[in-house]
Design a protein around this ligand. Structure first.
Ligand code: 5GP
Ligand code: ZN
Length: 114
């Protein structure tokens, strides 16, 4: 998707601080971090929102959670606790239409989110 900023990051056309990458998934630092650790983990495949997920994507999404597990341990936020969250559509707070999972940690997170 040419006009998708996350596809541009994946294609290397736009700069980002990549913290993890494999054939199917990429993770990079959020440009406007809301916590000491704030990464975005996403499939390289352009899936707009959670509502577009298909049965065939189950393995991919499971893989993303395993990467969240790995990154949380690596960043030493695992034991204290952290959050993985995905916003969907406007009222859910989604601003980039390429599915992504926020990994947030390094401070006490409030619940419920605003
Ligand atoms: P959403 O609001 O869709 O849940 O999350 C989108 C996230 O992408 C936001 O937290 C925003 O700060 C981040 N973001 C938007 N544009 C860029 C960018 O060009 N580079 C990076 N690294 N993050 C971005
Ligand atoms: Zn995209």
């Amino acid at each position: 998707m040419e006009d998708c900023i996350f596809c541009q990051i994946i294609a290397g056309e736009m700069e980002s601080e990549i913290v993890y990458e494999d054939e199917d998934v990429i993770a990079f630092k959020d440009i406007e971090p809301q916590a000491p650790v704030h990464f975005l983990i996403l499939p390289k495949k352009h899936i707009p929102t959670l509502l577009d997920l298909k049965e065939e994507d189950n393995k991919l999404i499971g893989h993303i959670y395993q990467i969240a597990n790995q990154l949380a341990r690596q960043e030493e936020i695992a034991e204290d606790g952290f959050r993985v969250v995905s916003n969907c559509n406007e009222a859910g707070g989604q601003t980039v239409d390429h599915i992504h999972y926020h990994l947030l940690g390094g401070r006490n997170l409030q619940w419920p989110p605003g």
